[in-house]
Ligand binder design. Structure first.
Ligand SMILES: [Zn+2]
Length: 115
């Protein structure tokens, strides 16, 4: 998993080349989902295939970044209109527990991979 516009492999520093595109679903507000296209880049040195994350997506998260940030900053709670039980409280608690990691990713998303 790499940030968008990364041109070298985070594992070995080798050059990355476009490999193919895959589709994945992202959850957004109002219980809606949307499909986005993700590019996969292949390292010419170690042959590892990396998924390129768009700016508005956190690694390993199904929800879009805007919504997760809303929860982290306290704008969205289980009592917020339009967000009752969605995402569920457990999910919100999990995001809050990962807050520093998520914010760090956002700051560093110009380069680096998510561990
Ligand atoms: Zn590599």
């Amino acid at each position: 998993m790499i940030a968008k516009n990364m041109s070298v492999c985070p594992l070995c520093g080798g050059p990355l080349k476009y490999y193919d595109s895959v589709k994945r679903v992202v959850r957004t507000k109002g219980r809606a989902t949307k499909w986005i296209k993700i590019r996969r880049m292949k390292c010419e040195k170690c042959n590892h295939v990396h998924r390129e994350l768009p700016k508005f997506i956190f690694p390993y998260k199904q929800y879009e970044m805007e919504m997760i940030l809303g929860v982290l900053e306290g704008f969205i709670t289980p009592n917020t209109y339009g967000y009752e039980d969605y995402p569920c409280e457990m999910t919100m608690l999990r995001w809050t527990a990962q807050k520093s990691q998520l914010l760090l990713w956002k700051q560093n998303s110009k380069g680096g991979c998510f561990k």
